[in-house]
Design a protein around this ligand. Structure first.
Ligand SMILES: Nc1ncnc2c1ncn2[C@@H]1O[C@H](COP(=O)(O)OP(=O)(O)OP(=O)(O)O)[C@@H](O)[C@H]1O
Ligand SMILES: [Mg+2]
Length: 359
């Protein structure tokens, strides 16, 4: 189970200089509004994903008046991760002092799961958000997936740019269409295998978290499953030329999350939606652990919001059972600490005006 043993942060938002020895189990981070709790989670996320979960803007993470922010992390197995970003836009991502070759290499080392108020977007946002959720799981569990996905993506981009050009070169379009179809089948096969495992794990999670009656999570591959993608793309050629992009394929895949005939986002209460999304992410962690014996690192921002104390306790119990490393924030210590008092691996951190101290 990978876990972060040490973490140092310099000049991320209001965190000036932070150096922490972490628990391999629960890390409770508490403090007033604006003290720097989310910034600590954001720093871990930057270390594992080389981007922030807050916005697309690049500079706000660097502390006002500073030129550069730096994060450094050490894992139990000895790997060292480094991230720095300069106000000029220069960014460095290091794994064991060497430049990381891709985000995927980084993600492989630090499998992060984020639980915050944005989690709702999985239910109410567009298909891209659900695809990202799905592919996170497939990527960590199916070894070949990334390579298949990259091939399919390259073929798609090339096909789209040909469709947009004024003079359509049929043979080139055909070649990329062929390539796209070939890899689409492989991407789809990884995704559909994964969804079966996910459905199974999710069933168990929902049993212990919330009963939703006629719940279903189903997978749409991105094209009509009763025909081959080859045939569909051949039939839609004129339409695709008019649109200037490929109208069917693995880039249109989605997860349909429903209660009976209705989408979950339309009928569930806010708290139920939050629990459902938590259950989905916990199910992903369970599948990861079952298939690879790797534990997720959970970043849980403000869990008490919108959850009653019994549900909060249930979520904490499942997190504990999954056995990964958990970072969890809250305004007050007690609502988080009390249900976890019996945990062996637990550390408390108090955040005050950008300073973090172990309690
Ligand atoms: N670039 C920056 N430089 C300095 N301070 C910043 C920067 N960006 C944000 N901040 C400040 O950092 C502080 C910490 O923000 P953060 O979101 O981490 O707080 P928090 O403890 O999670 O609060 P809450 O309980 O309200 O969620 C805020 O006061 C914010 O205004
Ligand atoms: Mg916060």
């Amino acid at each position: 189970m990978p876990f972060l043993k040490k973490l140092s942060i310099s000049k991320i938002r209001n965190l000036d200089l932070v150096s922490l020895e972490l628990s391999k189990g629960f890390n409770i981070i508490y403090g007033e509004n604006g003290s720097g709790k989310t910034s600590l989670l954001e720093s871990i996320y930057l270390l594992g994903r080389a981007k922030t979960f807050r916005s697309n803007a690049k500079t706000p993470i660097i502390q006002n008046h500073a030129d550069e922010c730096v994060i450094y992390g050490e894992l139990d197995e000895g790997q060292k991760l480094g991230f720095s970003r300069h106000r000029s836009g220069n960014q460095k991502v290091l794994i064991n002092s060497e430049k990381a070759s891709s985000r995927a290499e980084l993600a492989q080392i630090l499998p992060l799961q984020m639980l915050n108020s944005d989690a709702f977007k999985i239910l109410e946002g567009g298909p891209g958000i659900r695809r990202a959720f799905l592919d996170w799981g497939v990527f960590h569990v199916e070894r070949q997936f990334l390579s298949h996905w990259r091939h399919a993506q390259k073929a798609l981009l090339n096909r789209n740019s040909l469709l947009k050009s004024k003079l359509i070169k049929q043979d080139e379009v055909s070649a990329w269409t062929h390539e796209l179809c070939q890899y689409a089948v492989l991407v789809d096969s990884c995704r559909s295998d994964y969804v079966i495992r996910l459905q199974d794990a999710l069933g168990g999670m929902l049993e212990s978290l919330l009963s939703l009656g006629d719940f279903s999570l189903s997978y749409y591959k991105g094209w009509d499953p009763s025909h081959s993608l080859d045939k569909i793309l051949a039939d839609s050629m004129q339409k695709d030329i008019k649109l200037g992009f490929t109208s069917a394929g693995p880039h249109r895949a989605d997860l349909k999350i429903k209660i009976g005939k209705d989408f979950a986002s339309e009928v569930l209460s806010r708290g139920q939606q939050k629990l459902l999304v938590i259950a989905m992410k916990l199910a992903q962690a369970k599948v990861l652990k079952q298939s690879t014996a790797i534990g997720c690192i959970f970043l849980v921002d403000d869990l008490p919001a919108e959850l009653d104390s019994s549900n909060k306790a249930k979520v904490l119990a499942i997190l504990s059972e999954l056995g990964g490393q958990i970072f969890i924030t809250g305004i007050d210590k007690d609502p988080l600490y009390e249900p976890l008092q019996k945990e062996k691996e637990i550390k408390l951190f108090h955040v005050e005006h950008g300073k973090i101290s172990a309690v």
